[in-house]
Design a protein around this ligand. Sequence first.
Ligand code: HEC
Length: 153
Amino acid sequence: MSAGPSIRLTITTPFTLTALIFMVGCASAPPEQASLSTHTQPVIRSVVDGVFTNRQATRGQRSFERICEACHRTREFRGSAFQQEWAGRPLGDLLQLLVSTMPPNDPGFLELSEYRDIVSYMLRQNGYPAGETELPADTSILMNIRFDMRGGI
Ligand code: HEC
C-alpha cells in the first residue's frame, strides 16, 4: 500500500459524494421528498393513558409537601393553564425542568425517582388517570410520553 492511492482517494471522495448527492437530488420527485423528511422521536404514549400509579403519586405528594411547599402551592401546577403550558411536549421535559432547576437553591437535591414521583403527583392533581405501572425514573422513556390536555388526544 503506497501513499499515492490513499491520497487520491481522499481527494476524489468529496467529488464522488457531491456527484451522488446531485444525482439523488435530481432523481427524487416531490412526493418522494416528503418521505425523506426527518422524523421526530416516536411518541408512543400519552399522559391520558394511565402512565403512573396511585401509590407513586401519593409518594410524590409527600415529597412535594416536604420540599416544594416551602415556595409553591399544588394549585400552581393544576388546571388548564398548566396543561396548556405543557400540552404537546414530552413529559420528559417536565421531569428535566424539575431536576435541573428545582429547588432553585439546590437543583437535583432529590433522587431522580422522587422527581419522577412528583411528576406523577402533578398528573394526578390534574385528573389524569392512574394505571398499573409506575412512571419510570428514566428521562428517555418519559421523552416518549406526550403531555396532552386531559381528555384530549
Ligand atoms: C426556595 C423556593 C422554591 C422551592 C423549594 C421550589 N421552587 Fe419551584 N420555583 C421557585 C421559583 C422562584 C420559581 C420561578 C422561577 C422562574 O420562573 O424563573 C419556580 C418555578 C417552578 C416551576 C416552573 C413553573 C412554570 O410554570 O414554569 C416548577 C414546575 C416548579 N418550580 C416546581 C417545583 C417543584 C416540583 C419543587 C420541589 C421539588 C420546587 N419547585 C421547589 C421556587 C421554588
